[in-house]
Design a protein around this ligand. Structure first.
Ligand code: ADP
Ligand code: MG
Length: 245
């Protein structure tokens, strides 16, 4: 067994066993999939388990959904984020470029002053949030929203590279969620991050089958199978996990 690196357990039942025990500490990994495939669930479960089972605080950066709605939806999985937020084990940061202000939709000027590089603001916001609760885990949900603001691929790549490097320097293990369907162009984050986890849902007769696949995980021996997953009242779990030594 390779024990030369520290492992960060995702706590997602069955998942750690297919990546030799856990993620590499300090690395960033992309979690990609189409809408409804379970990206947000995967991210929040990683943070919830980190805070509850491993005493590892986590930062959740919301780029698209309202935090109250998210916390509310999590109740169907039995996760109480309010309690963890009070105990400073979780910090949920609203970084949506547009949000409801005074009952109107307004642009968040504190983050996006029309500058070319909102990545810089975002990275600063992330680092101050990490320091605040001494976070060990980060989830960005999702990068796709940010990428849409960039027409210049060079700036996008540099910005992302800088953010991933900064997170690595802080020793936090991050999940970068990204929207991806098979017909899309390969997203930049697939190249820049250390790993790719793909979530899918496909039609099977009169129902849908959900799966997870580890497409890339630098420096880790991982399963090459496509594993069936299920979302139920406890969150996401693998149906037939295989042990990877
Ligand atoms: N308590 C639950 N039990 C089973 N499935 C659930 C539950 N809550 C949500 N889901 C499923 O999870 C899906 C949401 O997944 P989500 O993590 O938001 O996906 P994504 O972020 O990829 O769009 C819902 O569309 C629903 O099918
Ligand atoms: Mg989502």
């Amino acid at each position: 067994m390779d024990s030369t690196y520290s492992k960060v357990k995702t706590g997602i039942p069955g998942f750690d066993s297919i990546i030799s025990g856990g993620l590499k500490i300090g690395r960033s990994v992309t979690v990609s999939g189409p809408p409804g495939s379970g990206k947000t669930t995967f991210g929040l479960q990683y943070l919830h388990s980190g805070a509850k089972d491993f005493d590892e605080p986590g930062v959740y950066l919301a780029m698209s959904q309202n935090i109250d709605d998210l916390k509310n939806d999590c109740k169907s999985y039995g996760w109480d984020f309010d309690d963890l937020i009070t105990k400073e084990k979780i910090l949920m940061v609203d970084a949506r470029p547009f949000k409801i202000k005074d009952e109107l939709i307004g642009k968040d000027e504190s983050l996006y002053r029309g500058e070319q590089l909102p990545f810089e603001h975002l990275t600063k916001l992330l680092l101050s949030s990490i320091k605040r609760i001494k976070a060990k885990r980060v989830v960005i949900d999702s990068l796709t929203i940010l990428a849409m603001q960039y027409h210049d691929q060079f700036y996008m790549r540099q910005g992302l590279q800088g953010m991933v490097q900064a997170l690595e320097n802080f020793g936090v293990t991050s999940l970068i969620l990204s929207e991806y369907s098979e017909r899309d162009k390969i997203p930049l984050e697939w190249f820049v991050t250390s790993g790719i986890i793909q979530l899918r849902h496909t039609r099977k007769e009169d129902t849908m089958e959900r799966t997870i696949q580890v497409t890339k995980m630098r420096g880790i021996k991982h399963s090459e199978q496509i594993h069936l997953i299920e979302l139920d009242s406890d969150g996401l779990h693998l149906l037939h996990p295989k042990l990877i030594p």
